[in-house]
Ligand binder design. Structure first.
Ligand code: NAG
Ligand code: NAG
Length: 605
């Protein structure tokens, strides 16, 4: 039973407002309208905010807030005279977000962890365009650009390439404003060839041309110097990815990428690499700076996680020689910690020559539990969608259906993958024809340069921001484009990264609400199929991702986004403000899917 008071209240509540109150409202509205006067755009914004009130569903509200934000950005600089976004300060020329060591130290990180990636500690976001260095020049096209780069394009001190004694690093000569990775007499190239040949022989092959037949397709090169070993492996049709720590004053990753070689910033001081387990056929470290027998073998366990069964770990280091030599004299004794760890990991030492050691990971998943090998437990639980997880003192991958020895895998495609591949073949044909300034009516020239000569579409390094099964990568290779593709599987979608890696491609898991671990100006083409819709579903700021795309794309580089009309139109507006040339292309198939093709201009100020 309701109380009389409550009855009275609810009756009042339900009863209509008195007439004079309605009249008051009407008059007020008229007054507001007349105050707004002729400003029809302001009136429009009033009505649209009224419209948002009808959204009751939280998710829709969130989406609306985001698109309002996008529109707000547009409005704030004047709808009619779209004002360009400003250029960042010169200090940001080589800016990589998430690697601010001083902020990390302030937050209490130490023991090397301050050098790790910590996006949560560098949240501030500046809406400005990273400018290229003063002497920046468009890189030479592949393969010339592999051997010669513009010195003004990368941050390196003279000391950096003269001081290092490592075979991977001493391969540089300076010629005027260029850095060369070869010498006239071919001696430098020979050094790397000899080294690669030596590794092949140590494994038991006649020559390094046999790597492929023996199942070595993908190589992870930790601390890759300037990428010369990777470059050589690529020439043998292997896929070699360089991974090295962030360096605030010059970096191996930046130089490797500038040469058009696959590379990404990464380390595993405290967190795992952004790869699933059983990812690579070979892992290589030549003086890569890791103290392998520290932390109770934790770094070796991470190598074991990422290595495929039967895969090889190649370690070249003067300190290993010291560690190893005491034991090689007394075979069977367990005096070297490194030897002890590798035994526990079921690795067998194939060969040791001078400073180079080669181990092979077991093909027997039972080996770890057979008892006689020791004490490293098997990891519990799935490792499907792991991302920057802490290093774990346990063995991964033994229960996986991807536990297939590298020399006995098969490369068959099922029907889903075949259909996917047909789609991408035709997509690549279309895309390639679009990559020409002629699709924009008024293409800006490079400052101070003559008209660029054809081909305009100098594309070597491709970032597929939502790679699905790696179909774009496969189609580009099939069309014999001389590109390499970094396949990104975004967090929150079905994790296809293991499948991509098993096709012999490279890729990483990545959360697009955060910055991508690379230096500015390192990709020639960014591609995103369904990326914008994905970002919306994740609640990421699309504007922030667009600024991030601008950061990592080289001047005059290309962007191809394929998505629904709504998000495409919104991005086109922002793209124009970011001084990208932009064109929306209707696929003429009756769907609401559109292509947005953009080219980043060469912005100086
Ligand atoms: C790095 O962090 C420090 C301390 O929080 C801050 O003062 C500095 O501006 C940051 N640097 C960059 C490049 O964001
Ligand atoms: C084909 O393979 C993919 C990836 O392994 C899988 O998701 C899909 O279900 C498979 N399709 C068929 C028809 O087996």
């Amino acid at each position: 039973m309701k109380s009389p008071l409550l009855n009275k209240l609810s009756k009042n509540f339900r009863s209509r407002p008195p007439f004079n109150w309605l009249l008051f409202c009407l008059v007020s509205v008229l007054v507001v309208i007349s105050l707004l006067g002729s400003s029809s755009s302001a009136f429009k914004s009033v009505t649209s905010s009224v419209k948002t009130d009808t959204y009751t569903n939280y998710r829709k509200l969130k989406e609306q807030a985001r698109s309002d934000y996008l529109e707000l950005k547009t409005l704030s600089v004047g709808e009619n005279q779209l004002k360009d976004v400003g250029v960042c300060a010169k200090e940001r020329e080589n800016y990589v977000p998430c690697y601010n060591a001083s902020a990390n130290i302030l937050a209490g990180l130490k023991d090397g962890e301050e050098l790790d990636r910590h996006c949560e500690l560098s949240r501030e976001h500046q809406y400005c365009l990273i400018r290229p260095p003063k002497d920046y020049k468009i890189p030479l096209s592949w393969p010339a650009g592999r051997d010669v780069i513009w010195s003004g394009n990368v941050k390196l001190t003279k000391d950096q390439f003269l001081s290092s004694g490592s075979i991977m690093k001493r391969l540089m000569l300076l010629e005027e404003n260029q850095i060369a990775f070869h010498s006239q007499d071919g001696m430098i190239v020979d050094d790397v060839k000899d080294y690669s040949h030596q590794i092949a022989e140590m494994i038991g092959f006649g020559s390094d041309t046999e790597f492929l037949q023996a199942g070595v397709r993908t190589v992870l090169d930790i601390g890759c110097g300037f990428g010369s070993f990777s470059a050589h492996l690529l020439s043998l049709n292997l896929m070699a990815l360089c991974v090295a720590a962030y360096g605030s004053s010059g970096s191996q990753v930046q130089v490797a990428l500038e040469r058009g070689l696959p590379a990404v910033i990464g380390n595993f001081i405290s967190t795992q690499l952004p790869f699933p387990s059983l990812a690579y056929d070979m892992i290589h470290c030549a003086q890569c700076g890791i103290i392998w027998d520290s932390k109770d073998g934790l770094f070796l366990i991470e190598i074991d996680r990422v290595l495929k069964p039967g895969g090889y770990f190649v370690l070249t280091s003067p300190t290993t020689r010291r560690q190893g030599s005491s034991t090689s004299a007394k075979k069977g004794s367990m005096s070297s910690p490194l030897e002890e760890f590798t035994k526990k990991l079921c690795w067998s030492l194939l060969e040791q020559q001078e400073e180079t050691f080669i181990w092979q990971k077991t093909v027997d998943s039972q080996c770890y539990t057979s008892g006689k090998q020791g004490t490293i437990p098997i990891c519990k639980g799935q490792d499907m969608q792991l991302y920057y997880q802490p290093l774990a003192h346990c063995i991964s991958g033994t229960g996986s259906d991807r536990w297939v020895p590298i020399h006995s895998r098969s490369d068959s495609m099922n029907s889903t993958e075949l259909k996917d591949s047909e789609f991408w073949k035709s997509a690549v044909r279309n895309y390639w024809s679009l990559l020409s300034p002629s699709i924009f009516s008024d293409h800006p020239k490079r400052p101070g340069d003559d008209d660029p000569l054809p081909p305009y579409n100098i594309v070597r390094s491709v970032l597929d921001m939502n790679a699905h099964y790696g179909g774009l990568n496969a189609a580009l290779l099939e069309a014999r484009k001389s590109v390499w593709v970094m396949n990104v599987v975004p967090l929150g979608v079905h994790n296809t990264l293991p499948l991509i890696l098993d096709r012999g491609f490279v890729g990483v898991l990545h959360n697009w609400c955060e910055a991508f671990p690379t230096y500015p100006r390192t990709y020639d083409l960014l591609h995103g199929n369904g990326l914008l819709s994905h970002l919306d579903s994740q609640g990421c700021s699309i504007v922030e991702v667009l600024f991030e795309m601008d950061r990592i794309l080289r001047p005059e580089g290309w962007i191809i986004l394929s998505d629904k009309l709504g998000p495409i139109e919104k991005v086109r507006t922002v793209a124009t403000q970011m001084r990208w040339e932009a064109r929306v292309i209707d696929l003429q198939d009756g769907s609401d899917q559109r292509l947005l093709v953009c080219q980043k201009s060469f912005v100086r100020k």
